[in-house]
Design a protein around this ligand. Structure first.
Ligand SMILES: Cc1cc2nc3c(=O)[nH]c(=O)nc-3n(C[C@H](O)[C@H](O)[C@H](O)COP(=O)(O)O)c2cc1C
Length: 456
């Protein structure tokens, strides 16, 4: 069986994910494997037609295509994303259609499900037969139990391909909104008072709706507002995953990105992010923007900002994309609001964009950030535990930040609750006491609020 591995790590062979592939190769030596370093070689793949064509031939000969990648910002790396874009741009879907596929990732399990849902949708769009995913915690291979699990997964993949099992597609093809947006002449103006607005777009002129929406919004803000096209920044490439920034947040790249992030984004109160749907995400240019912010490690560099996502395309048909963006914002301590061109008419879109401008300013003035949801509450615990222990050496800047900001909030530090439990839990072994406590548990739960309500 021919297994073609599409390596999504910008680190090429020197990749954690590729260690899992190496393990699979050792345990299943009867299969043939070809590894294509599509993320690491993306510039060559874009430039050199011969490389591209040779790669497609390899993919065409595959019985199984394995998307193997590290998680990058809740999805895949911008380089991998670019590779996926090229498939559609160059109309190379036929090289993939009809072939079985599966995905394998390594990560710290922070939004691994959104990454695999993305790859599954891409597989569906390419007409592939997607068999499922394997999401390894990056150090899983060190554990015997996990190695066995990986072997079981691989043998299931091999038997599925051999037996040509039936596979159901889960993602319907995307249908683009039909609206050709023409903004009205009546323009609302929202005073930004002292609030700074920065609008980012990756518009390349190919989406008239995106340009019109951005323009309408721009004219809405009266005050400090600047519009920056991501294509105008000199950014040399996507995050390399080298983690050299982990010590003191210094990136190995010397280009416009860090300066732009520190001097344009960090001082802003409101950031508009305008882009159009490209396959099942935004563009790889946008992905590069997110990935490169990794020089801040796991420190929320844009904490407290109001984020307005302005999106052209079938955004509401991709709940996974909404989840990835909302979770990114929540984890960063931001408030994200969304407007898309999936509406019935231009007037409706005018009203939505005008409202978005007004709401962003009002929220910025009030300093309103919603309470964290599961996205950030869960995310915090994952990062906290990793930075405290396993990731402490490479991410020392994170460690310092977490310590200084009291973010190592392990439950065992809560002495009051521990003392309370140490006394009360043994007492509940006494049937009479237990009966009394549990009979009245509803009141126990609301008792701590009494003084707050009394004094409110
Ligand atoms: C830019 C960047 C973004 C990352 N984003 C995530 C993420 O969203 N979720 C996660 O669990 N791990 C994330 N990671 C951790 C990597 O997925 C993990 O270290 C992976 O094992 C690296 O694999 P590789 O060596 O094959 O590239 C990120 C790492 C980098 C460098």
């Amino acid at each position: 069986m021919e297994i073609v591995v599409l390596n999504g790590s910008p680190k090429g062979d020197v990749s954690v994910t590729m260690q899992y592939i190496a393990y699979i190769r050792k345990k299943f030596p009867d299969q043939t494997y070809t590894i294509l370093n599509v993320a690491a070689d993306i510039k060559k793949i874009e430039r050199d037609t011969a490389t591209w064509n040779k790669m497609l031939e390899t993919i065409r000969s595959a019985d199984l295509v394995l998307w193997a990648f590290p998680l990058y910002y809740l999805v895949v790396s911008s380089q991998y994303k670019r590779f996926i874009e090229l498939i559609f741009e160059r109309k190379a879907q036929d090289a993939f259609a009809g072939t079985y596929s599966a995905s394998l990732s390594t990560s710290i399990h922070f939004f691994d499900q959104t990454a695999h849902a993305y790859i599954q949708a891409i597989s569906d769009d390419l007409g592939m037969k997607y068999l499922g995913f394997y999401s390894a915690e990056m150090r899983d291979l060190l554990k015997e139990e996990e190695r066995q699990r990986l072997e079981k997964f691989t043998s299931l993949l091999i038997s599925a391909v051999r037996e040509k099992i039936a596979v159901q597609q889960e993602n319907a093809p995307l249908v683009w909104p039909v609206l050709a947006y023409v903004p009205g002449t009546q323009q609302k103006t929202t005073r930004t008072s002292t609030k700074k607005v920065v609008m980012l777009t990756d518009s390349d002129g190919s989406s008239p709706n995106l340009s019109a929406m951005t323009d309408r919004l721009f004219r809405n803000f009266a005050g400090s507002v600047e519009i920056i096209n991501l294509h105008d920044l000199k950014v040399k490439g996507g995050c390399l995953g080298c983690c050299q920034c982990g010590y003191d947040n210094t990136c190995v790249y010397t280009d416009d990105y860090i300066d732009f992030y520190k001097n344009k984004l960090m001082p802003a109160d409101i950031i508009i992010m305008a882009g159009s749907v490209h396959d099942r995400y935004l563009s790889s240019t946008w992905k590069q923007f997110f990935d490169r912010s990794f020089f801040k490690g796991h420190v929320p560099g844009l904490k407290g900002k109001q984020i307005g996502f302005v999106i052209a395309g079938p955004f509401h048909q991709i709940p996974n994309l909404r989840e990835a963006l909302a979770a990114w914002a929540d984890n960063g301590g931001c408030y994200a609001q969304f407007v898309t061109d999936e509406v019935s008419g231009s007037q409706e879109l005018d009203a939505l964009l005008d409202t978005l401008a007004a709401r962003l300013v009002e929220c910025a003035e009030k300093g309103y950030i919603p309470p964290h949801t599961f996205y950030a509450v869960g995310g915090h615990k994952i990062f906290r535990d990793n930075i405290y222990a396993g990731m402490r050496l490479p991410f020392q800047a994170d460690y310092r930040y977490f310590r200084e900001h009291g973010m190592f909030d392990f439950p065992q530090a809560d002495l009051k609750t521990r003392c309370f439990n140490a006394i009360l839990i043994p007492l509940t072994k006494i049937p009479g006491f237990r009966k009394k406590v549990f009979a009245d548990i509803k009141h126990h739960m609301i008792r701590p609020f009494e003084s707050v309500l009394r004094n409110a």
